[in-house]
Design a protein around this ligand. Structure first.
Ligand code: ZN
Length: 84
């Protein structure tokens, strides 16, 4: 019975450790998500050829295709050029 109680105690300590670790590590999890390939994917602005993170980019549908721009100005410029 002694071993069983020790096992339960150990499991409780482990759970507590996990809980504290997840509470303290919450900011670290966000950092990991930021560096995740899908979220931090780089896209090229077809107007000024600059690479910007997809989540910061201005998404605009031009001539039936979706493009990403660094700014609204670039999006407007590109859209004007496509019209010509
Ligand atoms: Zn641009």
């Amino acid at each position: 019975m002694g071993f069983f109680r020790l096992f339960i105690f150990g499991a409780l300590i482990y759970l507590l450790y996990r809980l504290v670790k997840s509470a303290l590590g919450s900011t670290k999890i966000i950092d990991q998500r930021r560096t995740n390939g899908v979220i931090d994917e780089m896209v090229q602005d077809p107007s000024c050829k600059t690479y910007i993170p997809r989540r910061d980019a201005q998404k605009r549908s031009v001539a039936g295709r979706e493009y990403f721009f660094c700014s609204k100005e670039c999006a407007d410029k590109f859209q004007e050029e496509m019209k010509r």
